[in-house]
Write a protein that binds this ligand. Structure first.
Ligand code: NDP
Length: 481
């Protein structure tokens, strides 16, 4: 069976323990490779390599750092098919989605920060004829980067690329559930000639490898994307150590649809914002609020379209819904459907596992699910399900829609559909979310800050904010007389 390896000090190496974990293909429920079951010993080796590489990497001219990043971007593009297949096999997502969204975006991350660093500048402040202040932005040191399984290479590189561009060296951990693209990235970095120790990738469990990174005395910065509960745990370790911390956490995003929207555009985009990647995108709109006058029409059309979605082999081009990421995750999603029923909800479609034929009969498939009749305050509407399950609820007034939209502990993104310009701006101003999409979804300009409010996280990634995060400002004040 194929064994993945850690990438430490420029080389692919076995874990110190020589122990491995099974890596499952969610499409058929079978183990298809083994991943290092690393521990704090491997993290220490990775840290030592990153520490040794830091002095030279941090003063490597940004033009040279940029060249390495652009080379990696080009190699990701060159390996599009291989990486897309790996991502689909690890995650269960349709390979077409990996090929058109995930992998191109991973290349774009390296491209964006490979060029962005060339235009990154710091401030100076003049105190008239008394003094001049200028701010140096210096790389923080060895950065710890930890990412989740839902958009494996896309989110992994969203951290690594700005860290490397800023002059940090990195110890990174991909999700143990989806490690293959990170492994292939190691091979790409070797091919790109990235100097040894600049990027180190340690595979393994969150409780062991992730914990060892977060609690490492000499890793001063943690960039984490994952669940809110894990974020809480990480903050409890990192905060007393005064680490710089960026936490991108869960979401329970509202999709608010007013009667004056462009209906067809709204309907087709709402299909995507509800079910893309089996609903396993932190940005999906899982609570749909619809103005009462169009509620019945929306319900009929949305349910019909949802029933028509093809659930099937992720490798087929006509598949819209692949497998969810793991057996425990499938069980968790289905348990929320049961909860919704207990809470008084009506399942309009889906709500059950799907057993495919032949080779894929043990895969983790769920019929896309629409539920109505739930109070906005119930657990189904308050907790993150992270699967192909959405609720629909009518509203009478804009105030009521806003109240329901803002009623959860989360505040990652929100979607608003209206052709009324004033209302669109007013709603965007009043909603508690880090991102508001008006008449669109998942449209990203990488220059803009990305992140959530409330329990969806702290800190912002994206744009120059990420370069700010991976550097430390130092003010120098020169007296002029
Ligand atoms: P988890 O929080 O379970 O895991 C995220 C990462 O943290 C994984 O690499 C995991 O390793 C690791 N980890 C787990 N426990 C620890 C620990 N004690 N110390 C350090 N690291 C640890 O999230 P999921 O992987 O389940 O991802 C889904 C979640 O991520 C959802 O809540 C989703 O909303 C959120 N998310 C947020 C995004 C955002 O931008 N705000 C974007 C994408 C997802 P392992 O896999 O081995 O457990």
């Amino acid at each position: 069976m194929y064994k993945l390896q850690n990438y430490i000090n420029g080389k692919l190496v076995d874990p110190v323990s020589k122990s491995y974990l099974d890596n499952y293909n969610p499409a058929n429920g079978k183990v298809y490779s083994l991943i290092p079951d690393s521990d704090e010993k491997d993290v220490e080796l990775a840290y030592q390599a990153a520490k040794t590489a830091f002095p030279l990497w941090s003063i490597t001219p940004k033009e040279k750092r940029s060249q390495y990043l652009l080379k990696i971007a080009a190699l990701i593009e060159k390996n599009l098919d291989k990486l897309s297949l790996a991502e689909s096999t690890d995650n269960g997502k349709p390979v077409k989605l990996a090929k058109t969204v995930d992998i191109p975006r991973a290349a774009a991350n390296f491209h964006f920060y490979g060029t962005g660093i060339l235009h990154y500048s710091a401030n100076s402040h003049s105190m008239e004829d008394t003094a001049i202040n200028y701010t140096l932005r210096q790389p923080v040191g060895v950065a710890g980067c930890i990412s989740p399984w839902n958009l494996p290479l896309y989110l992994f590189t969203w951290k690594i690329a700005p860290a490397l561009a800023a002059g940090c060296t990195v110890v990174a951990k991909p999700s143990e559930v989806t490690p293959m693209t990170a492994h292939l990235l190691s091979e790409i970095c070797i091919e790109a000639g990235l100097p040894a120790g600049v990027l180190n990738i340690v595979h393994g469990l969150g409780g062991k490898v992730g914990n060892a990174i977060v609690s490492h005395k000499h890793i001063p910065l943690i960039s984490f994307t994952g669940g809110t509960k894990t974020g809480e745990h990480i903050a409890s370790i990192a905060a007393p150590m005064f680490k710089k911390l960026s936490l991108e956490l869960g979401g329970k995003n509202p999709n608010v649809i007013f009667a004056d929207c462009d209906y067809e555009k709204m309907l087709s985009t709402t299909m995507l914002s509800s079910f893309a990647n089996q609903g396993q995108i932190c940005l999906c709109g899982s609570r749909i609020y619809v103005e009462k006058s169009i509620y019945e029409k929306f319900k009929k059309d949305f349910v019909a379209k949802t029933k028509a979605l093809v659930v099937g082999d992720p490798l087929r081009d006509d598949t819209k819904i692949g497998a969810v990421v793991s057996k425990p995750h499938q069980e968790k999603i289905l348990s929320y459907v049961e909860l919704a029923k207990k809470e008084g909800g009506t399942v309009l479609c889906g709500g059950h596992a799907i057993k495919l034929e032949g080779e894929l009969s043990e895969g983790y498939y769920i019929a896309p699910t629409v539920i109505e009749g739930l109070a906005h305050t119930c657990r189904t509407n308050q907790e993150e399900i992270f699967g192909p399950v959405v609720t629909i609820t009518p509203f009478d007034t804009e105030e009521q829609a806003l109240e329901m939209a803002n009623s959860t502990r989360y505040g990652l993104t929100s979607i608003v559909w209206t052709e009324n310009l004033t209302r669109a701006h007013r709603f965007a101003n009043n909603i508690h979310a880090g991102i508001v999409w008006i008449n669109c979804w998942l449209l990203r300009d990488l220059r803009t800050p990305f992140g959530g409010v409330k329990d969806s996280g702290v800190g912002r990634e994206g744009g120059f904010e990420a370069l700010d995060f991976f550097t430390e400002p130092k003010n120098v004040c020169i007296k002029l007389k």
